[in-house]
Design a protein around this ligand. Structure first.
Ligand code: FMN
Length: 203
């Protein structure tokens, strides 16, 4: 089933990990699939990385719907978890195509990123995204990626910001042009968060 769902090789998931108090933490994370192994590359600065060091189990939640990725960054309190499917860590309730539970093993650190091999323990097909291809949905996802890259760069001292800002704004404009009111609202929230983030950084 994994080879069908992940047939393009690199896919976006929402990884759910547990902290030491067993509180679930959701974060969008890319997953690489080479036909047999799954690889996850969280930044060393991420909470996902810290959680996996003490608790190596995770659930990978796959959906086409970019709204869940938005929530995993800006509205974590709106994410509801289901602990009943297989247990630990929980999965996210909603229009998900596939849930994968795995055990991670740290292979090393490369340029600030950890490389984890994920051994699959269980797979469960979700209710499905049931979503036709939408450029606004894709653009919202791209905007989120550039937002998180900009956030990381601001922390590190702002080099290379202008290019990412351009890409972010192009994608936000696409969401405004082609998105539903809900997606457009999310684009406005991203723009607001961006302005907060940039404050008086000079680009
Ligand atoms: C679609 C998407 C994919 C992402 N992939 C990764 C990734 O592979 N590794 C990573 O460290 N951050 C990735 N990010 C950024 C993190 O989700 C974001 O920085 C998050 O807030 C940090 O993780 P944390 O909550 O575990 O600290 C991605 C963001 C998006 C929107």
């Amino acid at each position: 089933m994994i080879s069908k769902f992940l047939r393009f090789g690199y896919h976006e998931s929402i990884a759910v990990t547990l902290d030491e108090e067993s509180v679930p933490h959701a974060a969008p994370m890319g997953v690489e699939y080479d036909g047999s192994n799954l690889i996850l590359r969280p930044y060393e600065s991420s909470k996902t990385y810290v959680n996996l060091l003490s608790r190596p189990l995770l659930s990978l939640n796959f959906t086409q719907d970019a709204r869940y990725f938005f929530k995993a960054i800006f509205k974590r309190e709106e994410i509801s978890y289901d602990f009943s499917v297989f247990g630990v860590p929980p999965v996210i309730v909603g229009d998900f195509d596939l849930y994968v539970w795995g055990r991670t093993k740290l292979l090393g650190l490369v340029s600030g990123r950890a490389v984890f091999l994920v051994t699959v323990e269980k797979i469960h097909e979700g209710p499905g995204s049931k979503l036709a291809l939408s450029r606004a949905n894709n653009a919202l996802l791209e905007a989120l990626i550039y937002y998180t890259k900009i956030a990381a760069l601001v922390d590190e001292g702002s080099r290379g910001l202008a290019e990412y800002l351009n890409l972010l704004r192009t994608n936000l404009n696409l969401v405004r042009r082609l998105g539903s009111p809900e997606l457009v609202g999310m684009a406005e929230i991203i723009e607001g968060k961006l302005n907060e983030l940039l404050g008086d950084v000079l680009i």
